[in-house]
Design a binder for this molecule. Structure first.
Ligand code: SF4
Length: 59
């Protein structure tokens, strides 16, 4: 995870990433990583596009 540790540092949370800047895959009561979503299928054709980029982007 790239964005979550940076985001966690904005708030007074008790998470490993807030202290270290790296994700520790925690289950802290303060975790900001609460959902993992899987889209299995879309009944609406062309609603979802997947773009693969072979470089680091974002934060
Ligand atoms: S899982 Fe925990 S340690 Fe990892 S980014 Fe989310 S809150 Fe931080």
């Amino acid at each position: 995870m790239e964005a979550a540790p940076i985001n966690a540092q904005r708030f007074p949370l008790q998470t490993p990433c807030r202290a270290t800047g790296s994700c520790a895959d925690c289950k802290s009561p303060d975790t900001i990583c609460c959902q993992f979503l899987i889209t299995r299928f879309s009944r609406h054709k062309d609603r979802i596009k997947v773009i693969l980029v072979d470089e680091s982007l974002g934060f």
